[in-house]
Unconditional design. Structure first.
Lengths: 594, 267
């Protein structure tokens, strides 16, 4: 396959106009940066929304200056109403899960680096790739619009459980137009991600350059490939589910609404639908989505660590097989979100076992990372610090999974802050650490300038301590039975827990403020950073063999040829302790994948 | 800086474990007949997860401490046994650990869900709606009257949509806003949602079950200690979700009889 691959790459000349170069660009690198920018805007929105929520949870009656600007009716006197709290919560999760955790580690970095890693000059279908970003951008704008239409965004949570989401405005503010906008935006988002996956998969399968066997692909590219396969199959379930939800609103269908429901003393004109159908469809997407967020981070962190350890991982293949096992199992475990949902209790046990099983590949990945640190010559910089932080976060998030995999323990912990702690550590914070690690590592290649490493380290230290201070106490809240998605704690046994919430809020505001260091560093380095050399970290994979930033067709009209596996470190070559993937030099001690 | 990171990771891991070891925050004391199995399962899992957590963080920290920096003259080394040993360790240690947990956990789950209620269990119905629970007792006839959704009206205080004029089963039904049960008596709880999904979460009783609109469910439990406990909704049900709660009083049989009589008089 790889003998002819470079000729199969889609050829398109360098763009000449501003619009074709920076806006409707076909270049995968520009598209990657566009995704990154979108993710950056979305993460700022998501973070500000989380501040608003946290302040409200800790000091419920405290007015938050300027809050009325976000909603005319939701914040009289700048104090949130209960419904506005839920609307903000829903939007926080939606922006973060879809437009940050899916977009940045997968679509942004993947678009920029996957074709370079495979030795291709672009994605196989550049027009689809451009449409992928712009479709996602439209989805983002539609989602933002919901703040300004009707009675605001939906309050149903990012999980949008039916029938609350399916019966319309009668169920509460935002449940009419808000849900329709939400479902429309997500359906559009799914289309965008399908366009993306349809580029990533054939690129890896068909556009690899000469000598680039599958086992010579770098870890992030394996991770993006596995993620694309998950995206292809899970977004294609969520999209029709969203369409069915919209039909329940606008076409008088009853996919998700059972008969004889009475809301606000009105008998609902629906019959025969299934409450649990939505949950099955949603979580069939929702659980793979967790791995869509985290698997690219695993690839990025492996890549960053290998370069900074100056030695390969113990086994490249074991990591790839484990990520593959996570992907396959992710479809079989989704029922653990539904242990107490009212599905057959026997099903809960059936879903419990693959959920427990999935800890094995996760543990293998962590042990391979830790075992690989043994005997390393670890360099400490912002990228490697965030990669090491990722491992610590992933361990912490992983062990709380032991609890939530068991139906009997979920009787205590389901829908409590224990769950909030678990998924933030794994899919949110670990994934964000993967994003930060990737950013500090690849910024020189993406923008041609170095980031300030000291500021990066400072950013790491304050963030690392901050996120533990935010999310670790949430485990304790969960053990004490503190239910999530409450806007205030009026239940007697939860009152003593408010102090913990206040501590968390202070930690969240602090950690959020710390991110300004990153934003300053990012913007300052983008324009005034030191020009980056071609290979600042003495890396070996193909992105380090091209200028920073790479030219329009990545390899300057040449067809790269690969001679080695991507991680030849700890060898003695003419360049030092590493051997570039495209170097024909043969050295002693090199262990090459065929 | 690597050493500082190693120390920070260990300090964070230990600080995180202290509240667990000291049991600063814990589930409400169990007052159910079935809850001990759940608590045992939680405590076993806490031990295994706690040891895994501390061991992994400490080894991570140790390797960061030990193997950072260029260390001229020293060559990079490979972990003894390579990946094979680690994969075997993960499969054997974690595999055995999680499957043991899983298999013991089945017992705790089966106690609740796969054992049918006794024939003499007392039926109580709970209806969830935005944003309140209502409870219904059968009255002397031992039968609940049928629910007529079209008659259900908060405004007319017909919370269950029962037809007391024509339905003889419904005439003696007792509808209450608080729940009371006799101590040490098995309760068969019939769960009905009138509108959207809700949940019936009573941490002290180790009960957690969602209401499924369109599908009435049944669970059963026995409360073993007199007292007043809280029922809360844990499934997002709309703007008043945080405020959807009710009290569950566990009373002696005599007190319960007196309470039910008083409630019947109020109908």
């Amino acid at each position: 396959m790889h003998d002819t691959s470079t000729h199969a790459a889609a050829h398109h000349g360098p763009p000449t106009s501003f619009i074709r170069k920076h806006v409707f660009s076909l270049d995968h690198k520009v598209i990657g940066k566009q995704y990154y920018g979108l993710g950056l805007v979305a993460v700022i929105i998501g973070m500000v929304l989380s501040w608003v929520m946290r302040i409200h949870l800790a000091w419920t009656a405290y007015p938050i200056p300027g809050l009325h600007l976000l909603s005319g009716t939701g914040a009289p006197g700048n104090v949130m109403t209960p419904e506005f709290y839920l609307q903000v919560m829903t939007m926080h999760a939606t922006f973060m899960v879809f437009f940050v955790l899916t977009v940045v580690p997968f679509a942004a970095f993947g678009n920029f680096f996957l074709p370079i890693h495979t030795g291709a000059e672009d994605m196989p279908f550049p027009h689809f790739n451009m449409m992928s970003f712009w479709t996602t951008f439209v989805a983002f704008c539609v989602m933002l619009l919901s703040f300004f239409v009707g009675d605001g965004p939906t309050l149903g949570g990012w999980t949008q459980y039916a029938p609350l989401s399916a019966v319309g405005a009668v169920a509460g503010p935002g449940q009419g137009s808000g849900v329709i906008i939400w479902a429309t935006s997500i359906a559009i988002f799914c289309v965008g991600q399908l366009f993306g996956a349809l580029n990533f998969i054939p690129n890896v399968l068909d556009l690899r350059c000469k000598g680039m066997s599958m086992w010579r692909l770098p870890m992030p590219t394996w991770a993006w490939f596995i993620t694309s396969c998950m995206g292809l199959t899970s977004f294609s379930v969520l999209m029709p589910a969203c369409i069915l939800l919209i039909l329940d609103h606008v076409a008088g269908t009853s996919f998700f609404v059972a008969s004889n429901l009475v809301i606000n003393d009105q008998l609902q004109p629906h019959s025969g639908g299934s409450t649990l159908l939505w949950q099955h469809l949603f979580w069939f997407f929702g659980h793979p989505e967790v791995y869509i967020a985290i698997v690219p981070g695993m690839g990025i962190v492996s890549h960053v660590l290998i370069t900074n350890m100056r030695k390969p991982m113990l086994s490249h293949r074991v990591l790839v097989y484990s990520m593959g096992a996570l992907a396959v199992l992710s479809y079989m475990v989704y029922g653990h979100h539904m242990f107490v949902s009212g599905m057959n209790p026997f099903s809960s046990l059936v879903f419990s076992f693959p959920t427990l099983l999935i800890t094995i590949p996760s543990t293998v990945i962590v042990l391979v990372w830790i075992g690989s640190l043994y005997g390393a010559k670890l360099r400490i910089n912002a990228a490697s610090l965030f990669a090491l932080g990722f491992i610590s976060m992933f361990i912490t998030g992983g062990v709380s999974g032991f609890f939530l995999a068991q139906p009997s323990i979920q009787i205590l912990l389901h829908a409590t802050y224990f769950v909030v702690a678990h998924f933030h550590f794994t899919m949110a914070i670990a994934a964000l650490f993967g994003i930060f690690s990737g950013t500090y590592f690849w910024f020189p290649k993406m923008w041609g300038r170095m980031m300030n490493d000291n500021l990066g380290k400072l950013h790491f230290w304050l963030t690392f301590i901050g996120v533990y201070a935010i999310f670790m106490p949430m485990h304790y809240l969960g053990l004490a039975g503190n239910v999530r998605r409450y806007q205030a704690f009026v239940v007697d046994y939860m009152q003593p827990l408010v102090g913990v919430h206040q501590f968390i809020t202070i930690a969240a505001l602090f950690t959020g403020a710390v991110q300004l260091i990153f934003i300053y560093n990012f913007i300052h380095s983008r324009f005034w950073g030191e020009p980056a050399p071609e290979n600042p970290w003495q890396g070996t994979s193909l992105e380090w063999s091209v200028p920073s930033p790479p030219p329009h067709d990545n390899f300057g009209g040449k067809h790269p040829v690969v001679y080695h596996d991507p991680y030849q470190y700890g060898v003695q070559s003419s360049t030092g302790d590493y051997l570039m993937q495209d170097s024909p030099e043969q050295v002693k001690g090199a262990q090459d994948e065929p | 800086m690597a050493k500082l990171l190693a120390v920070t990771i260990v300090v964070i891991a230990i600080l995180s474990a202290i509240p667990i070891i000291r049991n600063t925050w814990h589930p409400l004391p169990d007052v159910s007949a079935h809850g001990q199995a759940i608590d045992d399962q939680l405590s076993e899992t806490m031990w295994e997860a706690g040891i895994s957590f501390l061991a992994s963080q400490i080894i991570l920290a140790w390797f960061i401490w030990r193997y950072s920096g260029n260390r001229p003259g020293e060559k990079t080394k490979t972990f003894p046994g390579g990946a094979t040993g680690l994969v075997a360790a993960a499969v054997i240690l974690v595999g055995v650990e999680v499957f043991a947990l899983g298999i013991f956990g089945v017992k705790a789950w089966a106690n609740i869900y796969f054992t049918p209620p006794g024939a003499d269990a007392m039926p109580v119905q709970v209806q969830a709606g935005q944003f309140a629970f209502y409870f219904r007792y059968t009255g002397p006839d031992g039968t609940f009257g049928a629910i007529h959704p079209e008659m259900l009206s908060e405004a007319n205080q017909n919370f269950y949509g029962i037809d007391t004029d024509h339905d003889s089963d419904a005439k003696d039904d007792i509808v209450t806003a608080e729940m009371a049960v006799p101590v040490n008596r098995e309760i068969r709880l019939l769960m009905h949602s009138k509108d959207v999904s809700h949940s019936f979460y009573v941490p002290a009783l180790r009960i957690h079950q969602d209401f499924v609109p369109g599908l009435d469910l049944q669970i059963h439990f026995t409360a073993t200690k007199v007292g007043r406990y809280e029922i809360v909704c844990s499934q997002l049900c709309g703007l008043g979700h945080y405020n959807m709660k009710a009290y569950l009083s566990v009373l002696s049989q005599d007190d319960f009889d007196a309470w039910l009589k008083k409630q019947a008089a109020l109908q």
